[in-house]
Design a binder for this molecule. Structure first.
Ligand code: ADP
Ligand code: ZN
Ligand code: ZN
Length: 738
């Protein structure tokens, strides 16, 4: 009897907000035996057609076969998810309890998400003509040595793309000349995996490692073929980047790829130049500035292995890589690694997951490690490496505290600070003023005796909700009227801490109207290329006074800025967000590493109502690490992360009672080792006409947390308020303000 192929069934991920796979029939005529996991197919969904990813193929199905719809077609191109990436993305969806279709959607370049076959050109590749003779070759080498070099290269690696050639230092003119002489030609077709192994790694500008650096590089190299997580903890300028570069050498020499994740703002031309100058291999960039086509290009080059190094921001963690050998996460503490909407992943955390799955090392670097990472390093789960000495001759700015309670304030500036700014500007140097971006008041206090309105049950400050005229504790939900006078000293000078920021920026400009002021924050740099332009103006000294947000704290170095002023750290000292002090300390240390240089050392001045606050004192006098260890002890006593694990349920609706009731219904379930906090209104309680509520679930172990979240998502289907709210779950939340 002839063997006829029969229909099969596939389970696919569809970009809809549902935590499930969908089953379709795969008709025999679609060549069922050739179907691969990770392939894209087009399926009917409701009245639409969508692109879906094949995650399983079965001979049978648990559903009634006649009710199952058929796949319309297979997408006929070469772009599919590798087994490694499929597995990784499925684990990400599980970990974050996020709809799997959306996870795949976000990992896929936009052009590959569309029904319409993207008109993606296959990469154009260059080859030498088959009949190329040795005479022709040597003649070219004699007449035009660079063209000769190019010819030799193409002879060795038949089929190289233009971007590969460009990275290797050739130009269009050389290519055109050879084409004109009909020695080479181009074709559009998929190329086999390119090997850069033979192209010598450039080593001329390699630095001699210090003893500290050498030990780190040696340790990482020793563990090259297994999973290991390394924290490189060293101040700005201590030589972390040099460590990354030398740790990469052997990986690249083994023809494996390196993935480098950097914060959103950290991908400067200088960073790229440093990698390019060191290694003579193709480097791909992946960041938000790319258009859809460029993004796809990076994706494809990484997948086929022609990109040796991929440097990118958060979502670069989903890059398909042919043979990944090492992951580096620079500035691992940076908040931009966490996606703050829909699929709320932390690229640093899943980078560790990916490294573990691939059995390769991962290096986390920071001058101010996150407490989570530091705790893992201190307990030996990660290899802990410290760089204590500065490699270059840059200097660290000294931090000093200004007690603003003693001073007359003008537009948020103390007299001391105003004078310091004035002196700096008059010396022809630049000053940088940092503003807290928070648009709400995280605490209220008495201007006279420093009394703070604390919640008695939580020992944390109440958050001011001006609209309602209430103080609300964001930890336990208890509420209180704003007291008309201080219960401690009777003064009526009760004020909120923290102020409106945009206005303040204008006022400072007015105060120093003789000098040019520039504001650098997300709003002023929204336009493509604007940030680079403004930074160039700053380094050309077109502006003397820089006003900026935290985005200026990372990635840039300002040698002529000799004064950095931080207007308000108090919000961070008394925030309902237990991570606020950690973030404040990171900011201060990062800032102090940005300003000044050996010949012109910088100063950092920090205004506070509480200069004696133990956290501030500890940071200023003993440094970040000491501060962090102390703060970790407090976290442990309070059983806060990293000593416990959290999930944040967010819900919003047009009426406040809906999200409140939806979340309250969740708290009716109970789980071993888990506790609820809330529901409480979000710090930003109303946004775009919606009322927002939070519920935190905290557990002693990750396992307990995940089991509870899984159950709660399951129960939510029967929650009578479910259809009235929009809700989401955030695993390991970092920003509790919204
Ligand atoms: P980080 O990444 O920690 O900020 P870098 O690696 O950028 O530090 O090093 C800071 C400066 O010190 C750079 O100019 C770098 O060239 C230089 N440097 C780093 N390591 C060495 C070394 N072993 N010998 C000499 N200079 C070094
Ligand atoms: Zn008082
Ligand atoms: Zn409370």
């Amino acid at each position: 009897m002839a063997i006829t192929s029969t229909d099969k069934y596939v389970k696919v991920a569809i970009p809809v907000p549902m935590r499930q796979l969908f089953t379709y029939k795969l008709p025999a005529k679609l060549n069922v035996n050739a179907i691969k996991l990770g392939e894209r197919v087009i399926v009917p969904f409701g009245s639409r057609q969508v692109v879906a990813i094949v995650l399983a193929v079965d001979d049978d199905t648990e559903y009634a076969a006649e009710k199952i719809k058929s796949i319309l077609s297979r997408v006929k191109d070469n772009f599919s998810f590798s087994a490694e990436l499929l597995n990784f993305l499925q684990r990400c969806a599980d970990y974050y309890h996020h709809p799997i279709g959306d996870v795949f959607q976000q990992a896929l370049p936009v052009l590959l998400r569309q029904i319409k076959q993207p008109d993606v050109e296959l990469p154009q590749i260059w080859l030498t003509k088959e009949s190329l003779t040795d005479e022709e070759h040597t003649a070219t080498q004699k007449r035009a040595p660079k063209q000769g070099e190019l010819l030799t290269l193409l002879k060795q690696h038949q089929g190289m793309t233009w971007s590969e050639l460009l990275t290797l230092g050739f130009n269009k003119a050389q290519l055109n000349a050879l084409e004109k002489k009909q020695l080479i030609y181009s074709e559009s077709r998929p190329v086999e995996v390119f090997s850069w192994q033979d192209s010598a790694l450039q080593q001329d500008n390699r630095l001699e490692l210090s003893a500290e650096q050498a030990i780190i590089v040696a340790t990482i190299k020793e563990m090259q073929k297994q999973f290991s997580c390394h924290l490189v903890d060293g101040i700005t300028g201590s030589g972390k980047t040099e460590v990354y570069l030398q740790a990469m050498e052997e990986v690249l020499a083994a023809n494996k790829q390196v993935l480098v994740l950097v914060p959103e703002i950290g991908l400067t031309p200088q960073t790229l130049a440093r990698f390019e100058q060191r290694f003579n291999v193709p480097i791909c960039l992946h960041h938000s500035g790319l258009n859809d086509k460029e993004r796809l290009q990076t994706w494809l080059e990484a997948q086929r292995g022609s990109a040796a190094i991929v440097i990118g921001t958060r979502s670069a963690i989903f890059t398909p890589l042919h043979d990944l050998g090492l992951i580096i996460v620079d500035e691992e503490h940076d908040g931009s690694f966490k996606q703050q909407d829909s699929f709320r992943y932390n690229a640093r955390d899943i980078a560790i997951l990916r490294a573990r799955q691939l059995n390769i090392p991962i290096v986390l670097g920071s001058a101010t490690p996150s407490f989570e990472t530091l705790q893992n390093a201190l307990t030996g789960r990660y290899h802990y490496h410290q760089l204590k000495k500065r490699a270059g001759n840059a200097s660290t700015a000294k931090i000093s505290l200004i007690d603003v309670a003693q001073q007359q304030m003008e537009h948020g500036l103390s007299g001391t600070l105003k004078q310091a700014i004035k002196n700096t500007l008059e010396r022809g140097e630049q000053a940088l003023v940092f503003l807290n971006r928070r648009g709400y008041a995280p605490a209220i206090n008495c201007q006279e005796c420093h009394w703070i309105a604390d919640c008695q049950r939580c020992n944390k400050p109440y958050t001011l909700h001006q609209g309602q005229g209430l103080l609300i504790c964001h930890h336990c939900g208890s509420q209180k009227r704003i007291p008309p006078q201080c219960p401690s000293c009777g003064s009526v000078r009760i004020k909120s801490l923290g102020q409106g920021t945009e206005q303040l920026e204008e006022r400072i400009g007015e105060l120093f109207s003789d000098f040019s002021t520039v504001r650098i924050d997300r709003d002023s740099t929204r336009k493509k290329g604007e940030l680079a332009k403004l930074l160039q103006q700053v380094s050309d000294k077109e502006h003397q006074l820089l006003i900026g947000t935290q985005m200026l704290a990372k990635g840039h170095h300002f040698p002529d800025v000799t004064l950095v002023a931080v207007l308000d750290v108090d919000g961070a000292l008394f925030s309902y967000d237990f991570r606020a002090a950690e973030h404040m300390a990171q900011l201060l240390v990062q800032v102090s590493g940005r300003a000044g240089r050996a010949s012109k050392p910088g100063k950092v001045m920090v205004q506070s109502n509480f200069p004696d606050h133990p956290l501030l004192q500890d940071l200023v006098n003993n440094g970040y690490q000491h501060f962090a260890k102390q703060a970790l002890i407090e976290r442990q006593q309070a059983m806060l992360p990293p000593f416990s694990f959290q999930a944040l349920f967010r819900a919003d609706a047009n009426y406040p009672s809906y999200p409140e009731k939806f979340l309250r219904a969740l708290t009716e379930h109970s789980f071993d080792g888990c506790q609820f906090a809330g529901p409480v209104p979000a710090a930003m309680e109303k946004k775009a006409g919606k009322f927002r509520y939070h519920l935190i679930l905290q557990a002693k172990s990750r396992k307990q947390l995940h089991q509870a979240v899984f159950q709660l998502i399951h129960h939510s289907a029967n929650n009578e308020w479910q259809s009235k709210v929009r809700w989401s779950v955030d695993i390991d939340p970092v920003d509790l303000s919204w």
